[in-house]
Write a protein that binds this ligand. Sequence first.
Ligand SMILES: [Zn+2]
Length: 323
Amino acid sequence: MSKVKYYYDSETLSYKRIERKKRTTFKYAAMFLLASALFAFLFVFIAGQYVESPKEKALKRELQNMQLQFNILNKKMDEAEAVLADVADRDNNLYRVYFEANPIPEEQRKAGFGGVNRYKDLEGFDNSKLIIQSSKRLDILQKEIVVQSKSLDDIAKLAAEKEKLLAAIPAIQPVSNKELSRISSGYGVRTDPFTKAKKMHLGMDFAAPRGTPIYATGDGVVIRADSRSSGYGKHIRIDHGFGYETLYGHMYKFSVRRNQRVKRGDLIGFVGSSGRSDGPHVHYEVFKDGRRINPINFYYGSLTAEEYNKMIQQASLENQSLD
Ligand SMILES: [Zn+2]
């Protein structure tokens, strides 16, 4: 209950009660409320700087956890980068070398993302730097993986081709010749059996009894099986692809036809002495890109190093060829 206040009125010579105006009361009340609100606000504001609410505490913990997780993520990216670098290194220095492909330059492997800023949405926060850097690393890692994966696709294709190439190129002797006893003349200048003049012998002669089986020396397609070529008599030509062809001359009989597909080791005919020949043998030639080359380099599929040396000795004798 508020005190009742009086004042002395000198005109009426009596005490009169002080009547507070309602408006004034209202003004005081409003000011009081305003002051209280201001004070409360200030209090909360100042206290808020030093005292954390439970929600803030939770958020702070979450943020710390997030930062920790980001750091762990970055450590994992370190490892992934190291593994990928190792794979890329092996790819460049082993696989691509083995399959005769050019190494992928470092700039191409590590190419970043030029032009637009891809990380604009991530800017302007306390942890922007951490998040942007992590995103960048992951993006680059992803791109490197794509480059690496494409390279391995190339390698897989090259490997398949290489397998075909290895099956195609001539790699055995055209007649069974384990003791190498049938090589009678090699590639090079030899004495012509008919004119006795020195001349270039562009193949290898394997002497063998008439009817001895002759085998395809690599996978390919028979492109000729006829005797319409002077000197070779009945002969077969096989196209192996990759620029390789082989020729088998002076045959007695064919066992394949033109356009027939053959595998290495398939029987293609029999030894004879048809055409310009001094006795039963197979005259064997190897072509690379249309040029005759020394067949001595194309028997590695069936010979040991020792046998190979013996063959070189035998084939390099400057004897008389059988033609
Ligand atoms: Zn010959």
